[in-house]
Write a protein that binds this ligand. Structure first.
Ligand SMILES: *Cc1c(COP(=O)(O)O)cnc(C)c1O
Length: 381
């Protein structure tokens, strides 16, 4: 148990400095959009933002083969793609993805948050799924070039942003099982509103002892489609019990907290210290998790990256030793956990100010209203 934030391999890679946007922009060749969204329609879309329903006019694309490496890098109109019904991704799920955001600041400039971390994680996921790595500069350029193709897709209203979804998949048409000899990379963008329009809203979490998200040696540390496919049934069952999300436990003892289907978890103790599950290979290492650990640690709190047994946790919530719990990830930033439920328990953290402080601090840095002490922001436009 250590209170020094762990400097993981991914974090080392993700913190390496990357060239500024002007040096790497333009790797993806622009094409003219024949019929972009009319201004009126766009204004309407940007006024009533939901998560992941509307998409900007442009997307980035590139194709990889073993012979050519990454080629055909273009920015093209967003729209349906041609894919062989035999494309391996449709049968065997060879796919990895990322999620990050572009934020508009008051002066009109547009920024993303730690994109080098996402680029490094994309490649870490790719290695696990036997896929080619995408050069960090190409990853960044796809974002820069897509946003620059039409920056008006980055919304202005406070708390909103342009959600960026880079992903790649096995597009080779072949039904044999091998790592595909053709990979397609795409980067699509979706304007999104604040996850919680009217302040942070606590969610109810079901702790599953029946289903698991990841096992040692599996793909839990990779951001890959199959992990999400496997989470849908547990999620449905939790919903039918009245819960919003599922928290998974470790496979071996079925006792230690891992994470939610798409978010990492934290607990706050009444002495001000913080607990979060250690990154052990079965947890997806979040950039939000890493930033929160840094912010908490540097504000003078002890952060323990450790094993957290659910039976202990429930007891600590009931005795008031644990006062707050929250989940975190790029989409929602932080989400307070109002209830933790399982087969034979129910515990309600009473809540407090740490969750709100983190939310304000992180979104403040992202939106340019608080100082970016760590150099986490990267200017796109
Ligand atoms: C993406 C993801 C997270 C959060 O990662 P961030 O970098 O903070 O957005 C956590 N858990 C899982 C399973 C994820 O896929």
């Amino acid at each position: 148990m250590s209170t020094q934030p762990t400097r993981s391999y991914l974090e080392e890679l993700g913190n390496q400095s990357v060239p500024v946007a002007t040096e790497i922009a333009g790797r993806f060749k622009p094409t003219v959009h024949p019929n972009p969204t009319p201004l009126e329609a766009k204004i309407k879309i940007l006024k009533d933002l939901k998560f992941g329903q509307m998409f900007s006019d442009y997307m980035a694309r590139a194709v990889w083969t073993p012979e050519t490496g990454w080629t055909q890098k273009v920015i093209q109109p967003y729209g349906p793609i041609q894919l062989s019904p035999a494309a391996a991704v449709l049968h065997y799920g060879q796919e990895v993805f990322e999620g990050l955001k572009a934020y508009r600041h008051a002066d009109g400039s547009i920024w993303s948050f730690r994109p080098g971390f996402n680029a490094a994680r994309f490649n870490a996921s790719a290695r696990r799924m036997a896929m080619p790595e995408l050069p960090v500069e190409d990853f960044l350029s796809s974002i820069i070039d897509t946003v620059r193709a039409d920056p008006t897709w980055v919304p202005e209203t406070n708390g909103s942003s342009l959600y960026l979804r880079p992903f790649m998949f096995a597009s080779e048409a072949f039904l044999g099982v091998h790592s595909a000899k053709e990979i397609t990379y795409l980067m699509i963008a979706s304007p999104v509103g604040p996850y919680f329009a009217s302040g942070l809203k606590p969610v109810k979490i079901w702790v599953s002892t029946e289903y698991h998200r990841a096992a040692p040696g599996g793909t839990g540390a990779a951001k890959t489609a199959g992990n999400y496919a496997a989470s849908l049934l547990p999620q449905q069952e939790a919903a039918s019990r009245g819960y919003d999300q599922v928290c998974y436990l470790d496979v071996i003892e079925n006792r230690f907290l891992e994470e939610l289907g798409g978010m990492n978890v934290f607990a706050v103790r009444n002495d001000g210290s913080i607990l979060t599950p250690a990154v052990t290979g079965t947890i997806l290492e979040g950039g939000t998790r890493s930033s929160i650990i840094t912010l908490l640690h540097d504000s003078g709190r002890e952060v323990f990256e450790t094993q957290i047994a659910v039976d202990d946790l429930v007891k600590w919530i009931q005795t008031g030793e644990v006062t707050e719990m929250f989940a975190c990830g790029t989409a929602a930033v932080v989400t307070p956990i109002g209830e933790l439920g399982g087969e034979n328990f129910k515990a309600r953290p009473k809540g407090g100010e740490v969750t709100q402080w983190i939310y304000d601090e992180l979104t403040g840095i992202q939106n340019g209203t608080r100082p970016d002490k760590y150099g986490w922001l990267y200017r796109l436009v």
